[in-house]
Design a protein around this ligand. Structure first.
Ligand code: KE4
Length: 432
């Protein structure tokens, strides 16, 4: 067992002054139990906790760190920028440069607005969609996460009721009534909602590849069908690529599947570890955003110089490295295969879903995991045991079975081999 005495004390101290002892719930390890480790530093593929334990990091700050921790070029860009000041609340040329860079990778984005989080991006995107279509309802998919604004914290309504119900106290029933729930990879569930609410649906917002129930891929034709249904019904299609953007490919899922959404939301990697989100898309829609248009959206630190410097440095490295994604693909597919093979060898029922350098190992007896219902069949207890067995072997995985984990450009073949070996030992330890 790793010594985590200092983390234990730090957590007690944090809980005295921070709600739940953490600034984002998943960090509290509630899904897997035990004490959350407090991190003191990161470098490359590794992080160091305050008790001096090192881990191969697969959380990557929940996706942003595709170049690993403390990439020297990103650090240098931020350091140079901070010497000139931290924030002005005024326009800077670097924001234009980052916007141009994003647009160069994602042609569906003609105009973009930078914000400070994925939540701000998705919240603003649905406000804009409602204004553009003059409709109130949105469709999201069961299990998808688009940040914590009220319209998204919605659970499926009972049976016949297609309207959502609040999935968190504080979300009002009236807000929930404007969010409809469909099922991923079930195009009839989308059709049925449009049949019942045809002219009232402003947009369908979706993670085109789900990452927040674990990784779940669209089945053949699904994204195309959603695109066609939204077009036919005068609703907008919003791809929430906060996680998948620049993760699965330089142009995101929309590049891989050749689908052109009306709006896209981004975050994580475009900030390189600092606070950047973005929403953008068709010019005729984005022109409605203040100050040119009537749809209000604002932010004190939107386009913040430091965050923009980190994001720009990250995207420049990706842009200049022509086989960046090929190398990630090779490493991550090896890891996925290694995990798959060892679960078979040890007779542990499991499914590995992967796209690019994001993957999830579902401990489930299901043959495939194609939607949230399938994902919920996982053996949570087994995952919790696996998580802690891996942690004590120096592998830092997401502290929840319903998350993606990420491989960065600085994970080496040796890191991959160490991880597969640790997983083999971890599973044997649980089964013994
Ligand atoms: P933020 O507000 O956390 O920057 O982004 C919200 C968001 C929006 N859309 C997608 C597809 C996302 O994955 C996220 C945030 N992802 C989670 C990880 N599953 C953030 C981790 C956390 O909540 O601490």
């Amino acid at each position: 067992m790793k010594n985590i005495v200092k983390s234990r004390h730090a957590f007690e101290k944090a809980k005295a002054v921070i709600a739940g002892g953490v600034n984002s719930p998943v960090r509290a390890f509630k899904s897997v139990g035990g004490t959350p480790v407090f991190i003191q530093s990161g470098k490359g593929a590794k992080i160091l906790d305050i008790d001096g334990n090192t881990y191969i990091d697969y959380v990557a700050s929940w996706g942003p760190l595709i170049l690993g921790n403390a990439n020297p070029d990103v650090i240098c860009a931020v350091s140079k920028t901070m010497e000139k000041g931290l924030s002005f609340g005024a326009a800077t040329e670097q924001e234009t440069e980052l916007a141009e860079m994003i647009i160069s990778f994602m042609p569906s984005i003609e105009l973009v607005r930078l914000v400070s989080s994925g939540t701000e991006a998705t919240m603003s995107a649905i406000r804009l969609a409602r204004a553009y279509t003059k409709r109130d309802m949105i469709v999201k998919f069961d299990g998808a996460y688009h940040g914590h604004s009220d319209s998204f914290l919605i659970a499926a309504g009972s049976g016949a009721a297609t309207c959502g119900v609040p999935d968190s106290p504080g979300v009002t029933v009236s807000t929930a009534s404007n969010t409809l729930l469909a099922n991923f990879n079930d195009i009839d569930s989308v059709n049925n909602l449009f049949a019942s609410h045809k002219d009232r649906i402003a947009a369908v917002i979706m993670e085109p590849v789900m990452g927040n129930m674990g990784v779940i891929l669209p089945q053949k034709g699904f994204l195309e069908s959603v695109r066609q249904i939204t077009e036919t019904n005068g609703a907008l299609l919003i791809f929430d690529e906060v996680m998948s953007g620049f993760r699965v490919a330089s142009g995101g899922v929309q590049k891989i599947y050749g689908i052109k959404p009306d709006l896209t939301t981004l975050g994580k990697i475009i900030g390189g570890g600092l606070a950047v989100g973005a929403f953008g898309g068709r010019k005729d829609i984005m022109q409605m955003i203040a100050p040119d248009g009537p749809v209000y959206q604002a932010g004190t630190l939107s386009g913040n110089p430091l965050a923009v410097a980190a994001g720009l440095a990250t995207l420049k490295i990706i842009k200049e490295d022509c086989d960046f994604y090929d190398r990630l693909e090779e490493k991550t597919s090896r890891l996925a295969k290694g995990l798959c093979d060892l679960c078979k060898e040890k007779n542990v029922p499991a499914v590995v879903n992967r796209i690019g350098s994001m993957l999830t190992l579902f401990f489930t007896s299901k043959v495939t995991v194609n939607n949230a219902h399938d994902a919920r069949s996982v053996d949570k207890k087994f995952y919790a045991g696996y998580f802690h067995q891996m942690l004590k072997r120096g592998i830092y995985l997401p502290p929840s079975p319903f998350e993606a984990f990420f491989v960065s450009s600085v994970h080496t073949e040796d890191h991959i081999n160490q991880t597969i070996n640790a997983a083999s030992e971890a599973i044997s330890a649980i089964k013994s």
